[in-house]
Structures are given as C-alpha cells and as structure tokens.
Design a protein around this ligand. Structure first.
Ligand code: NAX
Length: 326
C-alpha cells in the first residue's frame, strides 16, 4: 500500500461534498491503492453539520481513509495538502449583483490562496469548483506566488461530460463512442462546446449533425444545463458535479486515455491566442501528473468568435476584481 496523501476539501458540509467525500474515500479519485487523509474545511456555523458528515464517513469504514481533519481554519485544512478541491463558495444572495458576487468570492479565494501558499505541499494540485470557478481559481492562484500557476485549475469537466452525453443521445450512441470533446472558456453560459474536433465512432462529430441543431439546440442546452437541473430538481447539480470533480482530478493525477483528451480550466499560456494568465478551459491531455494543452487544432471563424466571446467574459471578470488582486 502507498503512503497516504492529504486531500483538502472546502465546503465539506455542502451538497456537492456529500457525494464527493465518499467517492474520494472509496478510491474513485486517486485509485484503490492510494490511502487518503481528508482535511475538511467549513465555516464555523457549519461545523456541526460537518461533524455529521464525518460520522457517516466513519460509518462507511473505508479501508483507504487514514485520517480525517475537521476545521474552520484554512491554515489547518491546507497543511501539507497534496490535493485541494475548493468547493465552498459564497452563493448569490437576493439583490446581489454579479460584481458583488465576484467580490465576495474574491475575499474567500484570496484567503484560501494565501493559506495554500503558506501551508500546502509545493506540488499541490488545486481544483476550484465553487463559482465563479474560473475567476475564483485565478484569484487563489494570484495569491499563491510560491506555487506554479499550472497547479491551479477550474472545473469544466461537468460541462464536458454533459456535452458528451447530449451528443451521444442525439446520435443514438453511448458516451463510450464519443472522443475528443472540447469545452472552451468559462464555466458559464458563454462556454463553447466544440464539435469540430470531436469524434463519434471515429468520425468527426459536426459531419454527423445538422448545423441548425448544433447552434440552436445543442450549444444552448449544454450551456444552460445547470439552470435546467435547478428547475427540475429544485436544487443545483450535486452528484454530477462531484462526479466531474473526481474525473478531473483522476485524469490529472493518473493520466488521460491514449487518443482522447479532456477539458480543464487552466492557466492560459497564450495558446490559441487566449490572453495569458486567464484561467480558461482548453482541451488537455494529462501524463505523469501534469497537463498539456492539445496543440494544432484548426478553428474556423464560427469557433474563433465563440472562443473570443467567452475569453472576453473572463477578462471582464478578472478586471472586476483586479483592485483586489496582488
Ligand atoms: P452548498 O451551498 O450546498 O455548499 C457549499 C458549502 O460551502 C456550505 O456548506 C458552506 O458553509 C461552505 N462554505 C461557504 N464559504 C466557505 C468558506 N469560506 N470556506 C469553507 N467553506 C465554505 O453548495 P454546493 O451545491 O455544494 O455547491 C458548491 C459550489 O459549487 C457553488 O459555488 C456552486 O455554484 C458550484 N458549482 C460548480 C459547478 C462547476 O461545474 N464548476 C457545478 C455545480 C455547482 O453549481
């Protein structure tokens, strides 16, 4: 058996974590041979609820759980952490403008970025799930100057998985037949699910669908799926979000399949003309615990316009909090 690794999770008493923690603990994220120490962060009023979640984790008697820490102190939660899943965030309250939401979260993610910088393992892998995920990841990254910016990522894997399932349904296939899906940009309604490089049964996806359906139905359905879940369920995506977080971290830590790629919100190096330093979702392959952007994809004018629109939104989000960035 390997030595345990430390996995910090914030918002640990929330609804996503109620699925997520049990799957990390059962080995779905890092493998059935990788023991974990869970380091769970909550705000003080939620510590009692967190205690209940921890009691349930204990009652599962997971063989891979080598310890559980419960705390409202970020310095404790991120101490020597090898992985961090930042799920907790400030939800939009009544009358709150987008700018207020960005600022409220900037305060949280600045503090957590600093705590990661000061306490975590220098090789930590950080995934931000809490919204606005890309900009929260940017804020945390900017507050952690001693950590490689490549180690801060944002989750667009749920969008990626949604895009695969919608396409498979349309073509009467399963997700196993769908490869090389790409979500470009922000985890928001400007995201661009790109079917030009995607393959179904080894053939280019856009050649198997009508452009009308792609533009008027598919793209909006993927972009608005979160809102559709809320309407149907009366609560936001939780188990599917947790599943996507597991997928994201597993791909990053253990690698992507040969001949396929995944979508990850990552630190832009200027690839495809996207402003350097934005946390933007790109097609990525992962190997040896590191990601690389898939290079050399030819994008037509339709794609370029959509990629730029979502880039523009991310630049505006960054600019709205720039006075709070170091
Ligand atoms: P919940 O409100 O159920 O849980 C959030 C938890 O975070 C709460 O228990 C709260 O006490 C805690 N929290 C708040 N501030 C904290 C802080 N400073 N430190 C530690 N904990 C803190 O929300 P849930 O449904 O679990 O969703 C969590 C976040 O994921 C939300 O921001 C949500 O918008 C976002 N999502 C992101 C998705 C993505 O694809 N990137 C999809 C699903 C989800 O909507």
């Amino acid at each position: 058996m390997k030595a345990p690794v430390r996995v910090a999770v914030t918002g640990a008493a929330g609804q996503i974590s109620y699925s997520l923690l049990f799957r990390i603990a059962s080995g779905d994220m890092l493998g059935k041979d990788q023991p974990v120490i869970l380091q769970l962060l909550e705000i003080t009023p939620a510590l009692e609820a967190l205690k209940g979640v921890v009691m349930e984790l204990e009652d599962c008697a997971f063989p891979l759980v080598a310890g559980i820490v419960q705390t409202d102190d970020a310095n404790v939660a991120f101490k020597d952490a090898d992985y961090a899943l930042l799920v907790g965030a400030r939800p939009r309250g009544p009358g709150m403008e987008r700018k207020d939401l960005l600022e409220a979260n900037a305060a949280i993610f600045s503090a957590q970025g600093k705590a990661i910088n000061d306490n975590a393992s220098k090789g930590i892998k950080v995934l931000v799930v809490g919204n606005p995920a890309n900009t929260n990841a940017l804020i945390a990254q900017r507050n952690a100057p001693d950590i490689d910016p490549r180690q801060f990522t944002a989750m667009t894997r749920l969008d990626h998985n949604r895009a695969m399932a919608q396409l498979a349904n349309k073509l009467g296939k399963t997700v196993n037949d769908v490869k090389k899906m790409t979500i470009w940009g922000n985890h928001s309604s400007t995201q661009y699910p790109d079917l030009h490089h995607c393959e179904v049964d080894g053939k280019v996806a856009v050649d198997q669908i009508e452009q009308d359906w792609y533009e008027a139905d598919y793209i909006p359905t993927v972009q608005q799926r979160g809102a559709a879940i809320i309407k149907a369920r009366g609560a936001s995506s939780a188990a599917s979000a947790a599943n996507a977080a597991i997928d994201h971290m597993r791909s990053w830590a253990l690698g992507t399949d040969e001949g396929d790629w995944v979508s990850m919100g990552i630190y832009s190096d200027g690839s495809y003309g996207i402003q350097e330093g934005l946390i933007y979702s790109f097609p990525c392959t992962c190997k040896d615990g590191d990601w690389s952007i898939v290079q050399g994809l030819e994008n037509n004018e339709f794609s370029k316009a959509k990629m730029q629109a979502t880039e523009q939104e991310l630049a505006e989000e960054r600019d709205a909090v720039s006075h709070l960035l170091p």
